[in-house]
Write a protein that binds this ligand. Sequence first.
Ligand code: SAM
Length: 290
Amino acid sequence: MTQSTTQTSSEENPEVPLSPGLYIVATPIGNLGDITMRSVDVLSRCDGVACEDTRVTGKLLKHLGIGKPLWRYNDHSEERDRARLVQTMLDRAVVLVSDAGTPLISDPGYRLVQDAREAGVPVTSLPGPCAAVVGLTLSGLPNDKFLFAGFLPSKEQARVRALEEVASVDATLVFYETGPRLAKSLQAIGTTLPGRTVSVARELTKMFEECRTDTPNSLIRHYTESPPKGEIVLMIGPPARHVASEVEVDTLLREALQSDKASQAAGKVAKATGLDRKTLYARAMALRSE
Ligand code: SAM
């Protein structure tokens, strides 16, 4: 088992150099004002910064008036580059940042942290912006339980399979998304998880920030008229837990029966409502023979 330290004593005293180790620093996802004072302090006093793209991080450091050696790193970096970086952390303070947001969250860093911990390097994580959390807090969807699932696959079948896998999870589902793929994802959500409320949070913390929470069909209509630009967090509300009325159940079953067999229709409506699949199957058969 590996153990990480909590805040180091040198971090508490701005007069002394930072203790050697790995410092994970979250950076702004749009609004440059969203960097914390502690992050600026650690960036100012570290020995070097491991980053995805030296141009992107160079711009941020320039904005903060900080000059530091920048070392390009991502999880596909060669084993020996990672080993060298971990070796450096044994006697120097190394910051890890990604292009934007919290490193490791759909961003590089996992292998580096794992190797650093195994090598006994003290690891400190400085909290800050994360698009998934900003989107979740804006959406109005339940947030007592949520599942962050990264990016949906780009291929259609894999996307539907990924949605089916999480369909019965009783929590808000949070995905990262891109503008060009949004319509297809909304379409897949509408058919795979019928009856769910969906939220699209776009350009968070930036000038054209927006967050729309609606049915997949309404969102598809809106974004067909105004194609979405920029970065997106896509969220799906949990399955309805209220006891759906007979009329609601019949509507959902009739909709599903337009494209599916009775057993598939029953499965979909069971996922959407939490109702018993066998009872729904019997009702679907009855509706089909009406
Ligand atoms: N590590 C980052 C974080 O903590 O949010 C996420 C990095 S991931 C490679 C980039 C994705 O995050 C984008 O494609 C988008 O889905 C989401 N994202 C990043 N910034 C965003 C923003 N300002 N508004 C909405 N989504 C954003």
